[in-house]
Design a protein around this ligand. Structure first.
Ligand code: SF4
Ligand code: SF4
Length: 266
Protein backbone atom coordinates (compact mmCIF):
# COMPACT_ATOMS: atom_id res chain seq x y z
CA UNK A 1 0.00 0.00 0.00
CA UNK A 2 2.80 2.40 0.93
CA UNK A 3 4.62 1.72 -2.35
CA UNK A 4 1.42 2.46 -4.29
CA UNK A 5 0.87 5.72 -2.41
CA UNK A 6 4.46 6.82 -2.85
CA UNK A 7 4.48 6.04 -6.59
CA UNK A 8 1.10 7.76 -7.10
CA UNK A 9 2.29 10.85 -5.22
CA UNK A 10 5.47 10.96 -7.31
CA UNK A 11 3.60 10.59 -10.61
CA UNK A 12 1.32 13.49 -9.69
CA UNK A 13 4.13 15.67 -8.32
CA UNK A 14 6.25 15.12 -11.46
CA UNK A 15 3.27 15.90 -13.69
CA UNK A 16 3.58 12.46 -15.35
CA UNK A 17 -0.20 12.13 -14.91
CA UNK A 18 -2.81 14.69 -13.91
CA UNK A 19 -5.27 12.22 -12.39
CA UNK A 20 -5.11 8.84 -10.68
CA UNK A 21 -8.31 6.87 -10.33
CA UNK A 22 -8.06 4.46 -7.42
CA UNK A 23 -9.81 3.33 -4.24
CA UNK A 24 -10.22 4.90 -0.83
CA UNK A 25 -12.03 3.70 2.29
CA UNK A 26 -15.78 4.36 2.03
CA UNK A 27 -18.45 4.20 4.70
CA UNK A 28 -19.40 0.59 3.89
CA UNK A 29 -16.70 -0.59 1.49
CA UNK A 30 -13.93 0.90 -0.64
CA UNK A 31 -15.10 3.53 -3.09
CA UNK A 32 -13.51 5.32 -6.08
CA UNK A 33 -10.98 8.04 -5.35
CA UNK A 34 -9.98 10.66 -7.89
CA UNK A 35 -6.49 11.85 -6.93
CA UNK A 36 -5.30 15.10 -8.44
CA UNK A 37 -2.48 15.87 -6.02
CA UNK A 38 0.13 14.10 -3.88
CA UNK A 39 -1.83 14.68 -0.66
CA UNK A 40 -4.94 12.86 -1.86
CA UNK A 41 -2.70 9.98 -3.04
CA UNK A 42 -2.13 9.19 0.65
CA UNK A 43 -5.76 8.02 0.85
CA UNK A 44 -5.22 5.30 -1.77
CA UNK A 45 -5.91 1.72 -0.77
CA UNK A 46 -5.72 -1.51 -2.78
CA UNK A 47 -6.76 -4.88 -1.37
CA UNK A 48 -9.14 -7.76 -2.04
CA UNK A 49 -12.15 -5.54 -1.22
CA UNK A 50 -11.30 -3.26 -4.14
CA UNK A 51 -13.27 -4.96 -6.90
CA UNK A 52 -15.48 -2.07 -8.07
CA UNK A 53 -14.59 -1.85 -11.78
CA UNK A 54 -12.89 1.53 -12.17
CA UNK A 55 -12.61 1.02 -15.94
CA UNK A 56 -16.12 2.47 -16.05
CA UNK A 57 -14.57 5.94 -15.55
CA UNK A 58 -11.95 5.64 -18.28
CA UNK A 59 -14.32 6.62 -21.09
CA UNK A 60 -15.69 9.61 -19.15
CA UNK A 61 -14.13 12.50 -21.08
CA UNK A 62 -15.43 15.06 -18.56
CA UNK A 63 -13.46 13.23 -15.87
CA UNK A 64 -10.22 12.15 -17.52
CA UNK A 65 -9.74 15.25 -19.70
CA UNK A 66 -7.00 15.46 -22.30
CA UNK A 67 -3.95 14.80 -20.12
CA UNK A 68 -2.36 11.47 -19.27
CA UNK A 69 -4.03 9.70 -16.35
CA UNK A 70 -3.57 6.51 -14.34
CA UNK A 71 -5.85 3.88 -12.85
CA UNK A 72 -5.34 1.17 -10.25
CA UNK A 73 -6.76 -2.10 -11.49
CA UNK A 74 -7.30 -5.65 -10.24
CA UNK A 75 -7.39 -8.46 -12.84
CA UNK A 76 -11.08 -8.04 -13.68
CA UNK A 77 -10.54 -4.35 -14.42
CA UNK A 78 -7.44 -5.14 -16.50
CA UNK A 79 -9.62 -7.37 -18.72
CA UNK A 80 -12.08 -4.50 -19.19
CA UNK A 81 -9.21 -2.16 -20.05
CA UNK A 82 -8.01 -4.57 -22.74
CA UNK A 83 -11.49 -4.82 -24.20
CA UNK A 84 -11.85 -1.01 -24.23
CA UNK A 85 -8.54 -0.85 -26.07
CA UNK A 86 -9.75 -3.47 -28.56
CA UNK A 87 -12.75 -1.21 -29.17
CA UNK A 88 -10.54 1.85 -29.74
CA UNK A 89 -11.75 3.59 -26.58
CA UNK A 90 -8.32 3.92 -24.93
CA UNK A 91 -4.88 4.87 -26.14
CA UNK A 92 -1.47 3.94 -24.73
CA UNK A 93 -0.27 7.53 -24.83
CA UNK A 94 -2.89 8.62 -22.31
CA UNK A 95 -3.11 5.75 -19.87
CA UNK A 96 -0.84 4.33 -17.19
CA UNK A 97 -2.06 1.29 -15.27
CA UNK A 98 -1.01 0.35 -11.74
CA UNK A 99 -1.74 -2.87 -9.92
CA UNK A 100 -0.50 -4.78 -6.91
CA UNK A 101 0.25 -8.42 -7.64
CA UNK A 102 -0.43 -11.45 -5.44
CA UNK A 103 2.94 -10.99 -3.71
CA UNK A 104 2.09 -7.42 -2.77
CA UNK A 105 4.45 -6.00 -5.40
CA UNK A 106 3.51 -2.83 -7.26
CA UNK A 107 3.34 -3.27 -11.03
CA UNK A 108 3.14 -0.58 -13.65
CA UNK A 109 1.91 -1.12 -17.22
CA UNK A 110 2.68 1.32 -19.99
CA UNK A 111 1.51 -0.73 -22.98
CA UNK A 112 -1.54 -2.88 -23.62
CA UNK A 113 0.75 -5.76 -24.63
CA UNK A 114 2.19 -5.70 -21.12
CA UNK A 115 -1.31 -5.84 -19.63
CA UNK A 116 -2.25 -8.67 -21.98
CA UNK A 117 0.82 -10.72 -21.03
CA UNK A 118 0.08 -10.24 -17.33
CA UNK A 119 -3.65 -11.02 -17.58
CA UNK A 120 -2.86 -14.09 -19.70
CA UNK A 121 -1.33 -15.73 -16.62
CA UNK A 122 -4.73 -15.83 -14.91
CA UNK A 123 -7.39 -18.21 -16.14
CA UNK A 124 -10.90 -16.84 -16.11
CA UNK A 125 -12.71 -19.11 -13.68
CA UNK A 126 -16.23 -19.29 -12.34
CA UNK A 127 -16.54 -18.38 -8.69
CA UNK A 128 -18.76 -20.36 -6.32
CA UNK A 129 -21.82 -18.15 -6.92
CA UNK A 130 -21.43 -18.26 -10.74
CA UNK A 131 -20.90 -22.02 -10.66
CA UNK A 132 -24.00 -22.66 -8.50
CA UNK A 133 -26.39 -20.54 -10.54
CA UNK A 134 -25.04 -21.43 -13.98
CA UNK A 135 -25.03 -25.15 -13.23
CA UNK A 136 -28.67 -24.86 -12.20
CA UNK A 137 -29.55 -22.92 -15.36
CA UNK A 138 -27.59 -25.26 -17.64
CA UNK A 139 -29.66 -28.15 -16.28
CA UNK A 140 -32.95 -26.49 -17.28
CA UNK A 141 -34.99 -26.92 -20.43
CA UNK A 142 -35.50 -23.87 -22.68
CA UNK A 143 -38.95 -23.29 -21.19
CA UNK A 144 -37.63 -23.54 -17.64
CA UNK A 145 -34.87 -21.05 -18.40
CA UNK A 146 -37.37 -18.57 -19.83
CA UNK A 147 -39.49 -18.97 -16.70
CA UNK A 148 -36.42 -18.53 -14.47
CA UNK A 149 -35.34 -15.29 -16.13
CA UNK A 150 -38.91 -13.94 -16.40
CA UNK A 151 -39.22 -14.42 -12.64
CA UNK A 152 -35.83 -12.78 -12.00
CA UNK A 153 -36.62 -9.88 -14.34
CA UNK A 154 -39.97 -9.29 -12.64
CA UNK A 155 -37.94 -7.73 -9.79
CA UNK A 156 -36.20 -5.26 -12.08
CA UNK A 157 -37.38 -1.67 -11.65
CA UNK A 158 -35.22 -0.26 -14.41
CA UNK A 159 -32.81 1.78 -12.35
CA UNK A 160 -30.10 1.09 -14.98
CA UNK A 161 -27.43 0.62 -12.32
CA UNK A 162 -26.31 -2.49 -14.25
CA UNK A 163 -25.71 -0.34 -17.31
CA UNK A 164 -23.98 2.43 -15.35
CA UNK A 165 -21.61 -0.01 -13.63
CA UNK A 166 -20.51 -1.67 -16.88
CA UNK A 167 -17.29 -0.32 -18.44
CA UNK A 168 -18.40 -1.64 -21.81
CA UNK A 169 -21.73 0.25 -21.73
CA UNK A 170 -20.23 3.53 -22.85
CA UNK A 171 -22.62 4.72 -25.60
CA UNK A 172 -23.47 8.39 -25.09
CA UNK A 173 -27.10 7.59 -25.92
CA UNK A 174 -28.37 4.17 -24.92
CA UNK A 175 -31.06 2.44 -26.99
CA UNK A 176 -33.45 2.68 -23.99
CA UNK A 177 -33.26 6.47 -24.24
CA UNK A 178 -33.98 6.64 -27.95
CA UNK A 179 -37.62 7.70 -28.31
CA UNK A 180 -37.96 8.44 -32.03
CA UNK A 181 -38.97 5.69 -32.48
CA UNK A 182 -39.30 4.29 -28.97
CA UNK A 183 -37.61 0.90 -29.32
CA UNK A 184 -37.97 -0.22 -25.71
CA UNK A 185 -40.76 0.68 -23.31
CA UNK A 186 -39.12 2.73 -20.54
CA UNK A 187 -41.38 1.65 -17.69
CA UNK A 188 -40.78 -1.49 -15.62
CA UNK A 189 -43.12 -4.35 -16.53
CA UNK A 190 -42.40 -8.04 -17.17
CA UNK A 191 -42.14 -7.90 -20.96
CA UNK A 192 -40.65 -4.39 -21.04
CA UNK A 193 -37.97 -5.55 -18.62
CA UNK A 194 -37.20 -8.55 -20.79
CA UNK A 195 -36.97 -6.26 -23.85
CA UNK A 196 -34.34 -4.17 -22.07
CA UNK A 197 -32.30 -7.10 -20.86
CA UNK A 198 -32.36 -8.99 -24.18
CA UNK A 199 -31.24 -5.81 -25.94
CA UNK A 200 -28.47 -5.25 -23.45
CA UNK A 201 -27.32 -8.86 -23.68
CA UNK A 202 -27.19 -8.64 -27.48
CA UNK A 203 -25.06 -5.50 -27.23
CA UNK A 204 -22.64 -7.28 -24.93
CA UNK A 205 -22.09 -10.44 -27.00
CA UNK A 206 -18.38 -11.01 -27.49
CA UNK A 207 -17.61 -7.95 -25.38
CA UNK A 208 -18.51 -8.85 -21.77
CA UNK A 209 -15.34 -9.61 -19.80
CA UNK A 210 -17.23 -11.27 -16.90
CA UNK A 211 -16.19 -8.67 -14.34
CA UNK A 212 -19.51 -9.09 -12.50
CA UNK A 213 -19.94 -5.33 -11.90
CA UNK A 214 -23.49 -5.24 -13.33
CA UNK A 215 -24.70 -8.04 -11.05
CA UNK A 216 -22.96 -6.49 -8.09
CA UNK A 217 -24.65 -3.14 -8.75
CA UNK A 218 -28.19 -4.53 -9.03
CA UNK A 219 -30.04 -3.37 -5.89
CA UNK A 220 -32.56 -6.22 -6.10
CA UNK A 221 -30.01 -9.01 -6.51
CA UNK A 222 -30.73 -10.14 -10.06
CA UNK A 223 -27.69 -12.18 -11.24
CA UNK A 224 -27.73 -10.13 -14.40
CA UNK A 225 -24.01 -10.58 -15.08
CA UNK A 226 -24.52 -14.28 -15.64
CA UNK A 227 -26.48 -13.76 -18.86
CA UNK A 228 -23.61 -11.96 -20.56
CA UNK A 229 -21.02 -14.17 -18.91
CA UNK A 230 -22.70 -17.35 -20.18
CA UNK A 231 -22.90 -15.88 -23.67
CA UNK A 232 -19.19 -15.16 -23.48
CA UNK A 233 -18.41 -18.68 -22.29
CA UNK A 234 -20.51 -20.22 -25.08
CA UNK A 235 -19.03 -17.97 -27.71
CA UNK A 236 -15.38 -18.55 -26.80
CA UNK A 237 -14.98 -22.07 -28.27
CA UNK A 238 -17.00 -21.18 -31.38
CA UNK A 239 -15.07 -18.04 -32.22
CA UNK A 240 -11.79 -18.85 -30.47
CA UNK A 241 -12.04 -15.53 -28.75
CA UNK A 242 -12.25 -14.51 -25.12
CA UNK A 243 -13.07 -10.85 -24.58
CA UNK A 244 -10.52 -9.00 -22.54
CA UNK A 245 -7.74 -11.50 -23.14
CA UNK A 246 -5.93 -10.88 -26.40
CA UNK A 247 -4.88 -7.27 -26.85
CA UNK A 248 -5.67 -7.27 -30.53
CA UNK A 249 -8.21 -5.36 -32.53
CA UNK A 250 -11.57 -6.73 -33.58
CA UNK A 251 -14.19 -8.71 -31.71
CA UNK A 252 -16.21 -11.83 -32.35
CA UNK A 253 -19.23 -10.26 -34.03
CA UNK A 254 -17.35 -7.76 -36.15
CA UNK A 255 -14.71 -9.99 -37.70
CA UNK A 256 -14.76 -13.04 -39.99
CA UNK A 257 -12.36 -15.51 -41.53
CA UNK A 258 -12.37 -17.18 -44.95
CA UNK A 259 -12.24 -20.57 -43.28
CA UNK A 260 -15.30 -19.94 -41.12
CA UNK A 261 -17.41 -23.08 -41.01
CA UNK A 262 -20.68 -21.38 -41.99
CA UNK A 263 -21.25 -21.26 -45.77
CA UNK A 264 -23.01 -17.88 -45.70
CA UNK A 265 -19.73 -16.09 -45.14
CA UNK A 266 -18.39 -17.01 -48.58
S1 SF4 B 1 -20.07 -8.64 -16.26
FE1 SF4 B 1 -21.58 -7.01 -16.53
S2 SF4 B 1 -20.47 -5.11 -16.03
FE2 SF4 B 1 -18.91 -6.68 -16.42
S3 SF4 B 1 -18.41 -6.46 -18.63
FE3 SF4 B 1 -20.01 -8.04 -18.43
S4 SF4 B 1 -21.93 -6.94 -18.78
FE4 SF4 B 1 -20.36 -5.38 -18.27
S1 SF4 C 1 -29.58 -2.91 -11.83
FE1 SF4 C 1 -31.10 -4.52 -11.48
S2 SF4 C 1 -33.02 -3.41 -11.09
FE2 SF4 C 1 -31.60 -1.93 -12.01
S3 SF4 C 1 -32.06 -2.03 -14.24
FE3 SF4 C 1 -30.37 -3.46 -13.85
S4 SF4 C 1 -31.38 -5.46 -13.50
FE4 SF4 C 1 -32.96 -3.86 -13.28
Amino acid sequence: MEKLRARAAALLAEGAVSLIIGYEEGTKRPRPLFCRNSESAQKLIFDSRCFHNLAVYLTRKDLVGKDRFAVTAPISTLRSILQLYVENQLSEEKLLVLTVDLNGELKEFVTFDEISAYVGQFELQRGEREQDILTKIEGMSREERWKFWMEEMSHCFKCYACRSACPLCYCSKCIVEVNRPQWINPWPAPLANMEWHINRAMHMVGRCTACGACGDACPVGIPIDLITRKMMEDLAPEFGYIPGLPAKKGNALSTWKLDDREQFIR
